[in-house]
Design a binder for this molecule. Structure first.
Ligand code: URA
Length: 260
């Protein structure tokens, strides 16, 4: 028998926010968003017990299936990062956008559209309501800009948790200006800044910095407790099983799955 723990779902204000959310009349951006796949809200503890808040950018193809954010390649990289700080469960991850982006240039200008921003601020207010979050890490520019906008609000100004920005987990695009080493150097700086602010980790362990590349141990499986019931192990311990699909012209709607 399989007895893997699973996420029993958001509670309290988090649950209300999953009940009532912006639809595609709010997430306009023409064809910039993959609104057909619906919003994907969070990963981790949407129940007030989180100590670390992670902010990413937007859910990708993998996340459209798992229904939890940061669960593909970017998610496993981030999982390794939070585990280096000693958090194996007490984190909440949200994205700047609840819908996946199909076209960056079309979607990004909507980051602070009033209704998109107001909804995101409700998530952030819920995250800080119990006063347990001790640190915040934003991955990438969209997350950083979303955080900056929140910090300018009265609720944001009241937050004292330490914030650190870091490069986005897939900033090291092939042929791009940021190498894998650049990404990991940046993450090492971020880890060192965050570390003194971590007061209640799930496990206490020395901080081991990244080397020149991710090791297998630095790309852990996503814990089953972060996923809905019944999700299979291959969905949380392998990458790249979900991608864009053919035929050309329908990629925004279609996602292709290949079971590894
Ligand atoms: N998946 C997410 O959910 N967020 C990111 O920022 C990247 C991939």
């Amino acid at each position: 028998m399989n007895t893997d723990p699973f996420d029993t779902g958001p509670t309290g204000k988090f649950r209300t926010l999953c009940q009532k959310y912006p639809d595609d009349t709010v997430y306009r951006g023409a064809d910039g968003f993959r609104s057909l796949w619906g919003p994907i809200f969070y990963r981790g503890r949407a129940n007030g017990s989180a100590r670390l808040l992670v902010i990413g950018q937007d859910p990708a193809q993998t996340e459209a299936f798992t229904r939890r954010i940061l669960s593909g390649q970017a998610g496993r990289r981030v999982q390794g990062f939070v585990e280096k700080l000693g958090y194996t469960r007490s984190y909440l991850m949200i994205n700047a956008f609840v819908y996946g982006i199909f076209n960056q240039n079309m979607a990004m200008p909507h980051l602070n559209d009033p209704e998109i921003q107001a909804y995101r601020h409700q998530w952030l207010e819920a995250a800080f309501a119990k006063g347990k979050i001790e640190a915040v890490v934003t991955f990438g520019n969209a997350a950083f800009n979303a955080w900056t906008a929140f910090k300018a609000t009265p609720a944001g100004q009241a937050v004292t948790a330490f914030h650190q920005k870091a490069l986005h987990p897939t900033a090291d695009k092939p042929g791009g200006p940021i190498t894998r080493k650049d990404l990991l150097d940046n993450w090492n700086v971020a880890l060192n800044k965050l570390r003194p602010h971590i007061q209640n980790p799930d496990v206490s362990k020395p901080l081991v910095p990244y080397g020149n590349d991710f090791t297998a141990a630095e790309l852990p499986a996503i814990p089953s407790r972060d996923f809905p019931m019944g999700l299979q192990p291959w969905m949380r311990n392998t990458d790249f099983w979900a991608g864009m699909s053919d035929p050309p012209g329908t990629e925004r709607a279609n996602i292709s799955i290949v079971v590894p």
